[in-house]
Design a protein around this ligand. Structure first.
Ligand SMILES: [Zn+2]
Length: 383
């Protein structure tokens, strides 16, 4: 069994589009309010508000603000869950002393989807025979099924991209395992310009256009800041910024899918550095920029591996750059320098040596108890 995300264009009528817009608006308001609540509670009393407390509070919110009655209750629960996920990521980063990045309030252009977490059972239902999708509280929305829906629907995420609407169904599909290749690999999450380096000595470069797009976004943001607040010009610039962000995100995801696909096709097992243990051990600041993408890359890799009956495993990344992969001697090696072992004379690219260490640790761990297999996050497949 595996999971697959399938995306289709929606064509809501005027009334439905209003309902979709208002759902997005209310979800965003709820997200920001729940975030505000957590911040205040923490600042004023040093207490943290839990996911369950906030989930329970939804009943009161509905009683106080009748407009929320127009939204399926699980869609609202999913909003709280998204915030919880943002906090979990934040605490994870704090734990490993990365630049933490407290969860942020979402502006109009930064909250563009909502999810029915039990679609197929309740809330949302594909109706391919009639070319429609049933969305609770919104209606039967026209949908173009340009390719057949496969498997059992698990979740449905409705997204706004510019003026267009889409629905992404994440389905459980029957995928046969890929035939074994007899090959395993370790990957070192790379330093710019490399996205990753494999124990076979392969270098996968991060696409260059990210940098270019980021510069463009910077330019647009600066000129938007100079325009009059709320003016038509500024709105137009903000729309452009949002669409540029979307383009970068889409390309990054494509790149992640392609890279993960290649690794999974060629290897029975892929071992990587455990993101939950990665600290400031290596010059993480240099890696900072690419960092945001790693967690989602590892997730995509894990999904593809699970679909194909392959193994993906995180290992302790400590000293992977310092240990000699031949004799185990430990020494410091500067970034950009080759690893030349003072003990046995082995001479190898620094990051390839690290990838080989990751491979060796993975091999050991894969056969021990409690191997750290990364859990799969269905929502991140749709976003
Ligand atoms: Zn050595």
């Amino acid at each position: 069994m595996g999971f697959k995300a399938m995306k289709y264009r929606l064509f809501p009528n005027v009334t439905q589009e209003k309902a979709l817009d208002s759902t997005l608006y209310l979800c965003r308001t709820l997200y920001n309010a729940a975030l505000e609540e957590r911040r205040t509670a923490y600042r004023k009393c040093g207490v943290s508000v839990s996911f369950y407390e906030q989930k329970r509070a939804l009943t009161e919110i509905k009683a106080d603000s009748p407009e929320y009655k127009g939204i399926h209750s699980q869609v609202l629960q999913d909003v709280i869950e998204r915030l919880d996920k943002a906090f979990k990521g934040f605490f994870r980063r704090v734990k490993v002393k990365q630049t933490a990045g407290y969860p942020r309030f979402k502006g109009r252009f930064h909250y563009d989807s909502f999810t029915y977490p039990q679609a197929g059972k309740t809330g949302a239902m594909p109706l391919p025979e009639s070319g429609k999708v049933y969305l609770s509280k919104i209606g039967n929305v026209r949908c173009k099924y340009h390719r057949p829906l496969e498997g059992t629907v698990k979740t449905a995420t409705v997204k706004r991209e510019g003026n267009k609407w889409f629905i992404v169904f994440v389905c459980e599909v029957d995928t046969g395992p890929l035939p074994a290749t007899g090959d395993v690999v370790g990957i070192d999450l790379g330093t710019n310009p490399n996205f990753l380096i494999t124990s076979d000595g392969e270098f996968v470069e991060a696409p260059r256009h990210f940098k270019k797009a980021e510069r463009k976004i910077g330019l647009l943001q600066r000129s938007a800041a100079k325009k009059k607040r709320g003016s038509r010009r500024q709105k137009e610039l903000k729309r452009q910024i949002a669409s540029e962000h979307r383009r970068v995100a889409n390309r990054r995801r494509d790149f992640h899918h392609k890279t993960a696909r290649a690794l999974v096709n060629r290897h029975d097992a892929v071992f990587h550095e455990d993101l939950n243990i990665i600290g400031l051990a290596r010059s993480r600041t240099a890696k900072g920029m690419l960092d945001a993408g790693w967690a989602s890359f590892i997730n995509i890799l894990s999904v593809k591996a699970a679909n194909a009956g392959r193994t993906v495993l995180g290992v302790d990344p400590k000293y992977t750059s310092q240990d000699c992969s031949d004799c185990g001697h430990r020494q410091k090696v500067k970034i950009g320098h080759a690893y030349v072992c003072a003990n046995c004379g082995m001479d190898c690219h620094r990051d390839v040596n690290a990838a080989i260490n990751i491979l060796n640790r993975g091999r050991d761990a894969a056969f021990s108890e409690g191997a750290n297999v990364v859990p799969v996050d269905l929502r991140s497949l749709a976003l």
